[in-house]
Write a protein that binds this ligand. Sequence first.
Ligand code: ATP
Ligand code: PAF
Ligand code: BAL
Length: 284
Amino acid sequence: MLIIETLPLLRQHIRRLRQEGKRIALVPTMGNLHDGHMKLVDEAKARADVVVVSIFVNPMQFDRADDLARYPRTLQEDCEKLKKHQVDFVFSPAPNDVYPKGTEETTFVDVPGISTMLEGASRPGHFRGVSTIVSKLFNLVQPDIACFGEKDFQQLALIRKMVADMGYDIDIVGVPIVRAKDGLALSSRNGYLTPDQRKIAPGLYKVMSAMVEKLQQKALSSEEIIAIAEQELNEKGFRADDIQIRDADTLLELSATSKRAVILVAAWLGQARLIDNTVVELAQ
Ligand SMILES: Nc1ncnc2c1ncn2[C@@H]1O[C@H](COP(=O)(O)OP(=O)(O)OP(=O)(O)O)[C@@H](O)[C@H]1O
Ligand SMILES: CC(C)(CO)[C@@H](O)C(=O)[O-]
Ligand code: BAL
């Protein structure tokens, strides 16, 4: 496994791989890798000749300086895990090389609509940062496929629209959420939880699962289901942030023609803002 830190060296290897006709998969990450990331890596491995994992804590997608400063950086442990999964290349560039002019003055990619709704409204500028860095990674790595987790449901929708709108010839693979045995979706930010908070954390999945049942029973309106969920979360010790039931295909409000709903939950637990989601097929 080769760890590459500079853009010219990465370009050199990509040029060679393309000349050799290799099929390249990209797995973009911010590091502090867990089994969720490894599932992305394994999917990539199964679909390509060469796997490139990028590890870059992208300053442009953080709307809060404290969130960026404390984001866990564990490059050595990450590389050991990736080596065990037979990854070929780790790309771990320095922020100054990715953004030589800083993040304010640089050219950006913005996906209208999706980038300002839901998580985009809670985290202003976040999705502009995501679409810009992913676009830059696509240009550098020139992958045939790229894997993203369904845990970041809106991010996956954003990337799919960017790829369609910009005409990238890249197959986007969505990978189902990997959970701990107690239901908690794996996430780097789970590391911010104290042992007591970690015991409360699966409550987010439980409340979300109860929302699924209520939605399928059709006895309550979406507003009523959301209000109950907020109350349940707050009673468990969370601070409910944003709870939504949307059309899974458009991310807009549910309508009579919606085929699938997505329940999106975001709640604070101590220092961690946890997110989760689940898709519900709607009987017509
Ligand atoms: N539990 C999971 N199951 C499946 N995919 C995941 C999971 N957690 C993260 N991913 C995916 O891994 C990729 C990199 O995510 P990232 O490095 O931000 O990790 P994270 O654990 O989501 O961290 P964060 O705390 O920032 O949310 C994204 O495509 C993300 O959706
Ligand atoms: C896709 C991504 C690596 C871009 O920085 C990030 O948003 C993430 O980890 O999901
Ligand atoms: N996995 C999403 C990246 C972020 O929270 O910034």
